[in-house]
Design a protein around this ligand. Structure first.
Ligand code: GLN
Length: 192
């Protein structure tokens, strides 16, 4: 049951508060990760919010959160990552020498939708769900996916949401919209 899950939300930067609200609305228990000591209590899954991947990557390292979280992700900790979070998980980042957790077998390109169309709203399918609202904000594109990666959503032919085992990542922001289905999917299908 979603109600009994405890989800850790990386709360260093970005729109973590909106994720917390979405998770609580579904009955999940929420715990913020702000420093290494916050990792000592147990949790069932992790949310990495949108924001700025370079800033979050730097803070993760400065606060000694990077290595322990990377190890847990490699061990199969369920994770839901949105936008900058997707960039943090990606194995390959085009046109950027930075690499962060590198646990998700995709190639991403930062700020891929250009300055004019930097932010937009659309609706689309996500797996078997239809008409899911999706808010893109200076979003990365997913340029390539590895063989073990399932594509759950596309926009104009390009993958926008993927799952690889217990890693769920999307280029858009479901947390900014009232539709709780994707957080529900994470709690029910990925954190099982
Ligand atoms: N453009 C940001 C980055 O490259 C991501 C934007 C977002 O998370 N909304 O990190």
């Amino acid at each position: 049951m979603a109600g009994r899950r405890t989800i850790a939300v990386l709360a260093l930067q970005g729109d973590f508060a909106e994720h917390e609200q979405s998770l609580r609305a579904l009955g999940a228990e929420v715990r913020e990760i702000r420093q290494a000591a916050d990792l000592s209590s147990p949790f069932d899954g992790l949310v990495i919010p949108g924001g700025e991947s370079t800033v979050m990557g730097k803070l993760l390292r400065e606060l000694s959160l990077f290595e322990p979280l990377k190890a847990r992700l490699a061990e199969g900790l369920p994770v839901m990552a949105t936008c900058a979070g997707l960039i943090l998980l990606a194995k390959r980042i085009q046109d950027d020498p930075a690499l962060h957790f590198g646990t998700l077998d995709v190639t991403v390109r930062r700020n891929a939708y250009g300055r004019q169309l930097g932010s937009f709203f659309t609706r689309g399918s996500f797996g078997t769900m239809e008409n899911v609202p999706m808010s893109f904000i200076r979003a990365p594109s997913i340029e390539e996916v590895g063989p073990g990666v399932e594509v759950l959503s596309r926009f104009e032919g390009r993958a926008t949401a993927v799952r690889q085992g217990r890693q769920l990542a999307m280029a858009f922001h479901p947390e900014l919209l009232a539709d709780g289905r994707l957080h529900g999917y994470f709690l029910e299908e990925v954190c099982r």
